[in-house]
Design a protein around this ligand. Structure first.
Ligand code: PLP
Length: 351
């Protein structure tokens, strides 16, 4: 079954990571002359002249309290996009190994695979946007190192059936990466609890969505200690800057506010669905477990352009296989959603 040594790249297995000044001395001292920083300070109100904690202990400790996952099982990345890239760099040999992707899904898996010269084997989701387990089993060979499953899935919005993900986890000898960027909006429970059950599970989450911190770039990977240890060795030494660490820590105290926004977002989403269904040009709205909805329309491109002309930007997914004719609409504030609906009403009046 799963053995990390079977999938780890030889150069990574033997990698001696960069040892930073902050790695070599970790206590408290009165005079720091070890890192060639500017000892006078920063030309700002707040000083950022010192390098940040390379392993972001304070943020991880708070995440441990919130998620119930030990610090040693948490990796922090410059967005979860960095965690995705590091998984490729740690476990996939360029020009040799392959990854299974299940489109339509989040675009960065493909971009990261291409950057790292990793063959992509696509096994489309079914018409119901669920996994084609037979197709995946056929696509796997001895060089398949990673499978990315996004749940709730971007851009379709639905959650992937849990037993299907469990089947993959139990039978695949590479890593199953479950991207839960939108989990806070979902009725499904997180896979984090399964970390003790499956050694080949990596769960990705982010502070960019429900937590409202996309600009800080803080993403999380939860996995076994041995996987996290590899990711920490491969990452750049100071991948989360000091300002982001401090602000993330502060934000992580405000769970109540975030929970309130999640509730409001779900109420707004339901309302938006009801209002959109009234339009003749809306053909179908797919059930969503996320903070966006995929809406099939008679003329997606035309409606996209109409909205742009009125200063409203949604995501045109109409050229994406299995999302033909669909726009992806993020749930906004009540005011933003009202502007969207009122603008679409003027389109209805024109047509
Ligand atoms: C499914 C999914 N995963 C990951 C990300 C990237 O998140 P981050 O901002 O943490 O890099 C996104 C962003 O849209 C996403 O939709």
């Amino acid at each position: 079954m799963f053995d990390i040594n079977n999938i780890l790249r030889a150069n990574i297995k033997n990698l001696k990571p960069y040892s930073s000044a902050r790695d070599e001395f970790q206590g408290e001292a009165s005079v720091y002359l070890d890192a060639n920083e500017n000892a006078f300070g920063s030309p700002l109100d707040t000083n950022y002249n010192r390098y940040p904690d390379p392993l972001q202990y304070a943020v991880k400790k708070r995440l441990m309290e919130i998620k119930g996952v030990p610090v040693r099982n948490i990796f922090l990345g410059n967005g979860s996009d960095e965690a995705i890239d590091i998984l490729f760099r740690s476990f996939c040999n360029p020009g040799v190994d392959n990854v299974i992707l299940v489109p339509p899904t989040y675009g960065m898996y493909e971009v990261s695979a291409n950057i790292n010269d990793i063959e992509i084997r696509k096994v489309n989701l079914t018409e119901e946007y669920q996994l084609n387990l037979e197709g995946i089993a056929e696509a796997i060979d001895k060089n398949t190192k990673l499978i990315f499953i996004c749940s709730p899935n971007n851009p379709t919005g639905n959650s992937i059936n849990r037993p299907d993900i469990e089947t993959l986890l139990a039978n695949f000898s590479g890593l199953v990466v479950v991207d839960e960027a939108y989990i806070n909006f979902s009725r499904q429970k997180t896979f984090i609890q399964e970390l003790t059950e499956y050694a080949n599970l990596v769960v990705l989450q982010t502070l960019s969505k429900a937590w409202g911190l996309a600009g800080l770039r803080v993403g999380m990977a939860f996995a076994s200690e041995e996987i996290i240890e590899v990711m920490n060795r491969v990452k750049p030494p100071y991948n989360i800057n000091e300002a982001s660490q401090q602000l993330a820590l502060q934000a992580l105290q405000n769970i109540e506010q975030v929970n309130g926004w999640i509730k409001d977002t779900l109420t707004e989403r339901d309302q938006l669905v009801l209002q959109l269904k009234e339009f003749d040009f809306v053909l179908d709205i797919y059930p969503s477990d996320a903070n966006f909805i995929l809406v099939k329309m008679t003329d997606a491109k035309g409606i996209y352009m109409f909205l742009v002309q009125h200063g409203i930007i949604v995501r045109d997914r109409s050229k994406v296989e299995l999302c033909e004719g669909a726009l992806r609409i993020t749930v906004g504030t009540p005011q933003e959603n009202t502007i969207l609906i009122n603008t679409l009403k003027t389109l209805n009046e024109q047509s």
